[in-house]
Write a protein that binds this ligand. Structure first.
Ligand SMILES: NC(=O)c1ccc[n+]([C@@H]2O[C@H](COP(=O)([O-])OP(=O)(O)OC[C@H]3O[C@@H](n4cnc5c(N)ncnc54)[C@H](O)[C@@H]3O)[C@@H](O)[C@H]2O)c1
Length: 326
């Protein structure tokens, strides 16, 4: 907390708003209490979960920042998972053309992915992350693994899906280590795994902060993943982000065998690891047809063609594969 206070002082921050959700607020009510002896502080709580990534919550946050008379030297702390990071990051990026943000991720998914890289946004018109910006957080608090101890099992599994992704696109060694896990608990997650994922994401984001090219590598599993997430959402059967990505990785590994030279042996290893933790529906023409409207909205598409990140091997991904699947 000392380092954070020093940084807020460097920014000449006077007002700090901590944005969090109903679950995290209840579990860690005192976490930023020390700040109130130095700054004017307020906490704002949004309902927990993906449903909050909408215009209604966005307007609530803008109104609170306005009422609190925050200016561009002030700071919004994003204290939660990817929902709070995406929603709050977007509110902060657009309020008075951008106020400072500090990310303090509390889910595994946010620690290794959502809190990094500056993508912010909300869902709109049934499309995931339809409206948003790319703006890097001004400061990231180090991952605190204690938070994982209160995380529900389904949410830990969701973050684990993104961790498998990092292993598949960048690290055969990490993939081998993840294959040795039989039961997933907070204690199974090693700090060095988190550091490895974060280091890789930082490297890729530095190459392509605006997500125009190299950064597409992080999208492995996400072309199908986002479509599945939107589709299940529309059916009233929501799945977590990481679970949808895990299923997407099986489907995109399948495409990788057909189009990028991934071997059957490696496909089987990927399939086995993912099916150990997630229910993966059989690939079927009917399911692909249902996903079509969502796949066509993917942000990587160009001239109406679907753009996939595929695997040549475990740890070796290839971006910009334009493939017709319909
Ligand atoms: N911006 C990016 O680069 C990026 C990357 C990946 C995912 N995302 C987005 O992130 C979102 C998913 O993030 P998420 O999985 O962190 O979901 P989330 O923020 O909705 O959190 C999941 C659940 O866990 C609860 N929770 C959070 N921390 C907790 C803790 N320590 N203990 C107990 N409960 C806790 C939350 O209240 C919520 O109910 C999606 O909207 C996805 O689109 C963004």
């Amino acid at each position: 907390m000392d380092e954070l206070i020093e940084i807020l002082n460097q920014w000449a921050t006077r007002r700090v708003m901590v944005l969090t959700d109903t679950n995290v607020a209840g579990l860690y009510p005192q976490y930023f209490e020390r700040l109130s002896s130095v700054f004017e502080c307020q906490t704002m709580v949004v309902p927990a979960g993906e449903e909050s990534k909408n215009t209604e919550q966005l307007i609530r946050i803008w109104n609170r920042m306005l009422d609190f008379e925050m200016d561009r030297s002030d700071t919004l702390i994003l204290f939660g998972g990817g929902t709070v990071c995406d929603l709050g990051g977007f509110a902060a990026a657009t309020f008075k053309r951008g106020i400072h943000t500090v990310s303090c991720p509390t889910t595994l998914l946010a620690m290794i992915d959502a809190a990094h890289g500056g993508k912010t946004g909300i869902n709109f018109g049934h499309i995931k992350n339809c409206i948003g910006t790319v703006r890097q957080p001004d400061y990231m608090m180090p991952a605190n693994l204690e938070f994982l101890k209160t995380l529900p099992a389904a949410e830990l599994k969701s973050g684990f899906g993104e961790m498998i992704k990092y292993a598949l696109i960048a690290s055969p060694e990490l993939f081998n280590q993840l294959c040795s896990i039989r039961v997933l608990t907070a204690e199974t997650i090693l700090p060095e795994w988190i550091e490895r994922c974060v280091a890789y994401k930082r490297k890729v984001v530095a190459l392509d902060p605006e997500d125009r090219n190299e950064r597409h590598v992080l999208n492995f599993g996400h072309t199908f993943g986002h479509a599945l997430e939107s589709y299940y959402w529309s059916q009233g059967q929501p799945v977590t982000h990481g679970e949808a990505v895990a299923i997407g990785m099986v489907y995109e590994s399948r495409l990788s065998m057909q189009h990028a030279g991934l071997s059957q042996v490696q496909f089987n290893r990927i399939n086995k690891l993912i099916c150990r933790f997630y229910d993966v529906p059989e690939w079927s023409e009917d399911l692909i047809k249902s996903l079509r409207p969502y796949l066509l909205q993917d942000k990587k598409n160009s001239s109406g063609e679907l753009n996939f990140t595929l695997l040549c091997d475990i740890g070796n991904a290839m971006i910009n594969n334009f493939i017709q699947i319909f």
